[in-house]
Design a protein around this ligand. Structure first.
Ligand code: NAG
Ligand code: NAG
Length: 409
């Protein structure tokens, strides 16, 4: 069953009719075997698919430039089997690093060939080797005790103090001193409401921390359901050190993920993963407080990072499909489709086809400066962040066991 129909020969009407017919067929089958038996991946869950604000598939894909040389394939796999799920990559003011957060809950740093990887920080006193590093793993990507051990995602050094700020998927916003150790929680709630899934952060030059809370419905372990539902309960938050308070900046976002301030601090960019787009939030000037679209993307973005030319790197889990688009416009189809008695990964693959990594460089206005693809997954899969440092790209991943580097430009 391949729902990814892209036949150029079909008429406009043909294309729009074909999908619903196929889907209705699946739906009828699905209905019979549906919830009474709770066999599907969402059976028994409070699964509430909703419409979301994604740009039409065809124009986005038509206008997206391709890297027909697959230049990301030239990336070098480094630290293979030494780091698992290095999502965010950071360097301290002495140029040491990378520092990165791992699937086992630790933040580690690379101290050069002689010392190797060193444990730098943890986000909770419940972290232990026994429970977290050696304990059971649900999948090769996710330790069973992830929730207890922590999952540090976004990392940023405060250049002035040398403190490392951490967005942890389970423990919220934290900070640890330049010597590392146990991190101190800064924000676990916003205006009385718990932060369920802190994901990434950036530090304003005035000391305030902007960070994302990806969902109020699903935590990181269940993040796939955010995408399946299309729900928009994510938030952009701000922690102000002088008052030690956390404020709501933007609400009702669809899987807000990466955050990056501009070099002049006049705006910040953030990604909305479910809506496949890069957005801008104005902090100064005539548009203060407003949100603008920067770019629609061909797939699902993760973190966004600035380079020293003021341009923005975004890794994209590519590509969207037309079948996904149909489902996102008809949430009722989703609620039946995902109750079919099959594995979630199987159902998702039919709709999503084979995904691969694309990394892309943008100007602040969304002009595309660079597109690097790895269609065969040679150098990277599920890229989470791209850091450009001194002529080199460092690429992290949330689910594999290495870091990829590539000379750039
Ligand atoms: C790649 O794209 C460029 C420009 O879009 C084109 O000139 C070139 O012929 C393409 N190369 C291949 C191998 O398709
Ligand atoms: C820092 O600047 C941001 C953006 O203008 C503002 O929202 C925030 O309140 C400021 N923080 C402090 C501590 O002044």
């Amino acid at each position: 069953m391949d729902l990814h129909l892209e036949k150029k020969s079909t008429t406009r009407e043909g294309t729009t009719l074909q999908h619903p017919f196929l889907l209705v067929f699946i739906l009828v089958m699905g209905f019979i075997m549906m919830d009474p038996f709770r066999m599907g991946p969402v059976g028994g869950r409070d699964f509430k698919p909703v419409k979301h604000d994604i740009a039409p598939y065809k124009p986005v894909m038509r206008n997206w430039p391709r890297d027909n040389m697959s230049r990301l394939e030239d990336g070098k796999l480094e630290f293979v089997d030494e780091v698992f799920g290095p999502e965010s990559l950071e360097f301290d003011s002495l140029g040491r690093g990378p520092y990165t957060g791992l699937a086992d809950g630790r933040i580690v740093r690379w101290m050069g060939q002689d010392v190797g990887w060193e444990s730098f920080a943890v986000v909770t006193t419940s972290w232990s080797e026994e429970l977290c590093a050696k304990g059971d793993w649900i999948t090769p990507k996710q330790p069973k005790n992830e929730e207890k051990c922590g999952r540090p995602l976004g990392l940023r050094f405060d250049k002035v103090t040398g403190n490392l700020y951490i967005a942890d998927a389970y423990y919220g916003l934290l900070v640890v001193g330049p010597e590392g150790g146990l991190a101190t929680p800064l924000a676990t709630h916003v205006e009385g409401d718990p932060i369920l899934f802190a994901n990434d952060l950036d530090i304003h030059s005035n000391g305030s921390i902007f960070f994302t809370d990806s969902s109020r419905r699903y935590d990181r372990a269940n993040h796939f359901f955010i995408l399946l539902e299309g729900e928009s309960t994510g938030r952009l938050l701000r922690y102000d050190p002088p008052t030690k308070t956390t404020k709501l900046v933007l609400d009702s976002l669809a899987f807000p993920n990466g955050v990056q301030l501009s070099s002049d601090q006049r705006f910040l960019l953030f990604t909305e993963t479910t809506n496949c787009r890069l957005m801008k939030y104005w902090l100064e000037g005539p548009k203060t407080g407003s949100v603008e679209l920067v770019a629609n993307l061909p797939g699902f973005p993760d973190n966004v990072r600035i380079n020293d030319r003021g341009q923005f790197w975004v890794p994209i889990h590519c590509c969207r499909t037309s079948a996904q688009e149909i489902l996102s416009h008809h949430p009722w189809m989703k609620s039946i489709y995902y109750r079919l008695p099959a594995r979630l990964s199987f159902l998702a693959r039919i709709i999503g086809m084979r995904m691969y990594t694309v990394i892309s460089l943008f100007t602040e206005n969304g002009d595309i400066l660079e597109v690097l693809e790895d269609p065969k997954g040679v150098a990277m899969k599920l890229a989470s962040e791209v850091r450009e440092v001194k002529g080199k790209l460092w690429i992290g991943t949330v689910a594999y066991n290495h870091i990829t580097t590539l000379a750039y430009p």
